[in-house]
Design a protein around this ligand. Structure first.
Ligand code: THU
Length: 147
């Protein structure tokens, strides 16, 4: 992926930190999801007093995108830190990796973990979710997710 695109995604994800609703953990996460058509869908984590309804930034971005008709994605950038201060990479939780598996080709989809606009690492979904269970297992290849 182009350096300029990565930088834009990181800056977009960082801007989402201010919207994170985190009165319980105080750990703020921002995400920027790049669809195949170039649209960027944003997300932040949204916590809840009952705890289990908490939603991660990544899933917020995916669910916003899918609810607006997007089904094909190239990459997601994730940033996070206590009180929104970035201090290292924030990797997606297992549930979010599984949601990525539903809509993305694990060999192609890129996950950008950033600590700053100049400090990031790029992983393919397959590396973060090896031997993942997905649409293929039920006879629905990922390629059919597209509209
Ligand atoms: N969180 C995310 O939004 N994404 C991640 O990748 C890891 C965890 C959120 C969930 C919760 O609101 C807070 O971070 C602490 O777990």
């Amino acid at each position: 992926m182009e350096q300029g695109t990565i930088r834009t995604l990181i800056e977009t994800a960082i801007r989402q930190l201010e919207f994170a609703y985190t009165p319980y953990s105080h750990f703020k996460v921002g995400a920027a999801l790049l669809a195949e058509d170039g649209t960027v869908y944003t997300g932040c984590n949204i916590e809840n007093a009952a705890y289990t309804p908490c939603n991660c930034a990544e899933r917020t971005a995916f669910f916003k995108a899918v609810s607006e008709g997007a089904r094909r994605f190239r990459a997601i950038c994730i940033v996070g830190g206590m009180e929104g201060k970035l201090a290292g990479y924030t990797a997606p939780c297992g549930v979010c990796r599984q949601v990525m598996m539903e809509f993305c080709d694990p060999e192609q989809f890129e996950i950008i973990l950033a600590a700053s606009p100049d400090d990031y690492q790029v992983y393919r979904l397959k590396a973060l979710l090896p031997l993942g269970f997905g649409p293929d297992n039920l006879g629905n290849p990922t390629e059919t997710r597209g509209r």
